[in-house]
Design a protein around this ligand. Structure first.
Ligand SMILES: NC(=O)c1ccc[n+]([C@@H]2O[C@H](COP(=O)([O-])OP(=O)(O)OC[C@H]3O[C@@H](n4cnc5c(N)ncnc54)[C@H](O)[C@@H]3O)[C@@H](O)[C@H]2O)c1
Length: 450
């Protein structure tokens, strides 16, 4: 559904009114469009001293041909606030910061850049996971980066994003895939996130079709976020099997035909669903996206057993049972990728959604608890937690609550199904086995549960 306020706020009259009354001023976000090649169209400034900035400098020319450093020493052209150009991306290697006084390097790097940002800039700070460091001050300094990046994400405006990426020793060769996602419009609605890369033996062979040769299953794929996920995985080269309930068969068949995939009309809660799914994938599956979900909202005082159970069954029990069945039958291949679509409700909680939030928090628990076991076969499992996304699910919310949900984030707007789909497609890549047991919020840095 269209966001009329966003459209109005970006007309000349709207801009004046928004400014005069101090109203939220959402900017149309840049998103990835088919046919685009480079992750970054504009200038990228690479700063900080350490192994990670050296690793980035090694592949940065594949991200953009406008590379700069804040000093002369990195064999890149020098960027200054006086001479520009405006910056589309910033990467700062903070991994070598160990003492409290080192933290001022952040201020020194970012301050001049902040007045010279292009529209929708993307910022990534690189660091080390604090829990891996034994020196208390070094660990504290690395933890401090989280407060810095989350605050910068709130200050950056202009539709910009800021992330903190922890890179374990040995995972430097997965930085390119992560930065191709985090510095590009594919992560338009993701901000203030902390992710950790660990060593992973798999690599993307062709960045134009990173999922070529892979088979992907998407549940709840006939519409909304599931349909966007199916389209995006197919765009990236995967062969898709689309699943949805039997009443959605026509829409499902039409989408499957358009994407050159197959469809499977099946209720994921049916007793024979695990067997039917295994049967539908005789050659195995590489990517499994548990997207099907329902809401049955009522405050707990008025919640019937039926409303409670139906939500737990669809959103939590079925993804668990189906994944277990695919594993047991050997259908889910080694180096597989499992993505669970959770929700911000499962992190922040929500009035009237005890059942839904319980199920979605449970999915996050599944990702965390399953990750170590699945890692033995090179399989990753992660949760994507969308905030307010413009779909028929959110269109059904009463107007005032819907408006509040849309505006209460750093982007002052809702996300699009494509934003969730891009996150899933990144998790689905071979090299993204570097990330497992983690939760990625696609919520424009929502104020809820922050
Ligand atoms: N829209 C949002 O803002 C938002 C926010 C957070 C999380 N999510 C989650 O994202 C996912 C997709 O949401 P959406 O907004 O596209 O919803 P949607 O209602 O448009 O789509 C959900 C799909 O799941 C299918 N489905 C439901 N029960 C099923 C079952 N038993 N078996 C097979 N398929 C079933 C439905 O038929 C539908 O096609 C859900 O898991 C939802 O909880 C959405």
């Amino acid at each position: 559904m269209s966001d009329r306020y966003l459209n109005f706020a970006n007309t000349p009259a709207g801009r004046r009114l928004v400014g005069a009354f101090g109203l939220p001023a959402p900017l149309p976000l840049e998103r990835w469009v088919a046919g685009r090649n480079r992750p970054l169209e504009g200038a990228l400034l690479i700063g900080g001293v350490g192994d990670l900035s050296a690793a980035v400098a090694g592949f940065a020319k594949r991200l953009t041909d406008e590379l700069f450093a804040p000093r002369d020493e990195q064999s890149l052209p020098r960027w200054t606030a006086e001479h520009g150009p405006k910056l589309k991306g910033l990467v700062f290697d903070a991994s070598s910061l160990q003492r409290f006084e080192d933290l001022d390097a952040l201020r020194q790097f970012f301050q001049p850049a902040l007045k010279n940002l292009d529209r929708c800039p993307h910022v990534v700070v690189l660091g080390r996971a604090p829990e891996t460091l034994t020196d208390p001050q070094a660990s504290s300094v690395q933890r401090a980066l989280e407060g810095f990046t989350r605050s910068l994400a709130k200050e950056i405006r202009r539709g910009g994003t800021v992330q903190l990426l922890h890179v374990d020793p040995g995972a430097e060769d997965q930085l390119e895939g992560a930065l191709r996602f985090l510095l590009s419009p594919k992560s338009a609605y993701i901000s203030a996130q902390v992710l950790r890369l660990q060593p992973c033996a798999q690599q993307v062979a062709d960045w134009t079709r990173p999922l070529a040769g892979k088979t992907a299953l998407v549940t709840g794929a006939s519409r909304g976020i599931g349909a966007a996920i199916a389209e995006t995985l197919a765009r990236d080269g995967a062969t898709v099997l689309l699943l949805d309930v039997p009443p959605a068969k026509d829409a499902l068949d039409a989408l499957a035909a358009r994407l050159g995939g197959r469809s499977l009309a099946l209720d994921i809660c049916a007793e024979d669903a695990p067997a039917k799914l295994v049967e539908a994938l005789p050659d195995g599956v590489d990517i499994v996206v548990h997207n099907a979900g329902i809401t049955r909202d009522k405050t707990l005082a008025k919640m019937s057993e039926g409303l409670w159970e139906s939500v737990i069954d669809v959103n939590l029990r079925a993804p668990h049972q189906l994944t277990a069945a695919l594993l047991e039958a050997g259908t889910l291949r080694d180096d597989g990728r499992v993505v669970l679509i959770a929700s911000l409700s499962g992190i922040a909680g929500n009035v009237g959604q005890t059942n839904y939030a319980t199920s979605k928090a449970g999915l996050i628990g599944l990702a965390q608890s399953w990750a170590p076991t699945l890692a033995q076969r090179g399989i990753s499992i992660n949760a994507v937690a969308p905030g307010f996304i413009e779909t028929s699910m959110t269109a059904a919310i009463p107007f005032t609550i819907r408006e509040a949900g849309r505006r209460m984030n750093s982007m002052n707007q809702g996300g699009l199904p494509q934003d969730v789909a891009e996150a899933v497609a990144w998790f689905a890549q071979p090299g993204s086995g570097a990330v497992s047991g983690q939760v990625l919020r696609v919520c424009g840095q929502s104020l809820l549960g922050a």
